[in-house]
Design a binder for this molecule. Structure first.
Ligand code: 0O2
Length: 221
């Protein structure tokens, strides 16, 4: 009957989503370990903030429609690779690459795609480093491999992307020209800020080296 069908569908959907939740957990654990290790053994922690999200079923189906692909679970699992998403925010551009490398070199992390919108910003000014990774999730009776999208960006890139995202939705994708060019200009300013911050990072690095060479110093603030 209908009730049984709905129950079965709900259970299958929960199973489908569960594996992605575990994939997110796995990646978050890896990131947490890197953060703790950095806090204990290095002077500078490259990760400022981490967030995650599981794509809603509506968005998954909307995307499947846009890709023109079938909506059976196997096709969706293969084609839609950002069902599980993690966003890592760093202080400095160099940290974004460093974090990406640290994750990519882990033996159970297979990088299947890397899009470097930092080196090659999108036309609207969007910058970020995107990795699609595939990681194993060990279940009671099987191992499943899930795709996880990891977006790594600086605080400036994140600030820009969140404002752009709001405007994009406010105008339903048709952002007026004057706001588009304002956003592009703001993206340039954000990139300049990142470049200036990189300069300051060099200073921090030099200071760290000098302090290490001369032993402990008195903190000024
Ligand atoms: P949400 O709500 O974050 O999930 P795709 O559309 O994913 O199949 P694409 O466009 O090649 O393929 O993927 P890409 O370029 O790696 O971008 C995917 C995600 O990056 C987006 O996910 C956004 O989160 C982010 N992103 C990409 N371009 C922009 C941009 O111009 N502005 C902002 N603010 N974010 C961007 P979703 O699924 O669109 O959204």
């Amino acid at each position: 009957d209908v009730v049984t069908q709905v129950r079965t569908a709900t259970r299958e959907l929960a199973r489908f989503r569960m594996v992605y939740e575990f994939g997110i957990e796995e990646m978050l654990t890896k990131i947490r370990i890197l953060r703790s290790e950095f806090a204990q053994t290095h002077d500078h922690n490259p990760i400022e903030h981490v967030s995650s999200r599981l794509k809603s079923m509506d968005s998954i189906l909307e995307k499947a429609g846009r890709y023109g692909c079938a909506t059976d679970p196997d096709t969706i699992r293969e084609r839609i690779r950002d069902i599980a998403g993690i966003r890592i925010t760093c202080s400095f551009e160099s940290d974004a690459y460093r974090v990406a490398d640290m994750l990519a070199q882990q033996p159970d992390v297979e990088v299947v795609q890397c899009k470097d919108y930092i080196a090659h910003p999108k036309g609207n000014g969007y910058r970020s480093l995107h990795l699609i990774v595939r990681i194993p999730v060990f279940l009671s009776d099987r191992t499943e491999h899930v795709f996880v999208e990891i977006q790594i960006r600086t605080i400036a890139m994140d600030f820009w992307a969140s404002v752009e995202h709001k405007l994009f939705y406010k105008y339903d994708g048709a952002v007026p020209d004057h706001l588009r060019s304002e956003l592009l200009d703001a993206a340039r300013t954000a990139a300049e800020l990142d470049a200036r911050m990189s300069g300051l990072r060099e200073e921090l690095h030099d200071l760290g080296d000098r302090e290490a060479a001369s032993g402990p110093t008195v903190a000024h603030h």
